[in-house]
Design a protein around this ligand. Structure first.
Ligand code: 5GP
Ligand code: ZN
Length: 144
C-alpha cells in the first residue's frame, strides 16, 4: 500500500508535514512546496502507485472522481484565478521527479504568470497514412 522510501507516502502517514487542503480515504490534496503559481496543489492517491500506467480502473475512478471538487475549491479560493492547468507527469523525460503518482492543479492568473506549457504544431509533417498508422498501433495495444 505505502512505500517506506517514498516522500509522498511519508506525507500520507504524516511523517512529513504538508499543507493539506483535502483528505479522505482515497486521496490527499496538499500545497506543492514549489507553488509554481499561488495555490499550486497536488492530488495523490493514498496508495503507492508510481505513475498512471500502474492504475487499474477502480483506482482511476476513485482518484479522478475527486479532482473536480478539489479543482473548484482551489479556483474559488482566489478571485484572481481565471483558469487552471491539470498536469500529470509520467516518467523522468516527462518531468516526473516524485515517483508516487500525482496530479498538479496549477491555478492560472494570466498568460504571463509563472507557468508555461508548449504544444508544438507538427501537423505539417503528417499525412493521412501517417496518422492512420499511429492510430492503428495505439488501437492494437488497447487492453481488452
Ligand atoms: P513532478 O515533477 O514529479 O511532476 O512533481 C513533483 C512535485 O512535488 C514538485 O512540483 C515538487 O515541488 C513537489 N514536492 C517535492 N517534495 C515535496 C514535499 O516534500 N512537499 C511538498 N508539498 N511538495 C513536494
Ligand atoms: Zn508513495
Amino acid at each position: 500500500m505505502l512505500d517506506d522510501n517514498c516522500i509522498f507516502c511519508k506525507i500520507i502517514k504524516g511523517e512529513i508535514p504538508s499543507y493539506t487542503v483535502y483528505e479522505d480515504d482515497e486521496v490527499k490534496a496538499f500545497l506543492d512546496i514549489s507553488q509554481g503559481t499561488p495555490g499550486h496543489t497536488l492530488v495523490i492517491p493514498k496508495t503507492h502507485v508510481p505513475d498512471i500506467f500502474a492504475y487499474d480502473e477502480d483506482l482511476a475512478q476513485r482518484v479522478f472522481a475527486r479532482i473536480p471538487k478539489i479543482a473548484r475549491a482551489v479556483r474559488d479560493s482566489n478571485p484572481d484565478i481565471i483558469a487552471m492547468n491539470i498536469v500529470n507527469n509520467n516518467g523522468e523525460v516527462a518531468y516526473q521527479s516524485v515517483f508516487h503518482s500525482h496530479f498538479h492543479l496549477v491555478p492560472r492568473y494570466s498568460d504571463h504568470d509563472d507557468f508555461k506549457m508548449i504544444f508544438k504544431d507538427n501537423s505539417n509533417q503528417y499525412n493521412d497514412a501517417a496518422y492512420q498508422q499511429i492510430q492503428q498501433h495505439i488501437i492494437d495495444h488497447l487492453e481488452a
